[in-house]
Design a protein around this ligand. Sequence first.
Ligand code: ZN
Ligand code: ZN
Length: 81
Amino acid sequence: MAHICPLCNGFQASEYRCETCGHALEDAGKVTDYLDDYSAYMEIDGLKLVDGYEHSVVEQQCAHVFYCHACQAQEVKLIQE
Ligand SMILES: [Zn+2]
Ligand SMILES: [Zn+2]
């Protein structure tokens, strides 16, 4: 059963907004592309996850990094299939 992420496959554009300032967030790509830069803790929807989560979480949900150009905030959202 193939994993299909609507953002990765271009089925839909991200519609998330910055929780800090409300500016539209830009989809900056999958978290797995950033793991070298996020070797320690990442905050995902309030959960603190450490290295290894990519195997347990991303298999079912596609974690994307979102970037706010207005306030330089970065957020990680788990994209549901
Ligand atoms: Zn994705
Ligand atoms: Zn912002």
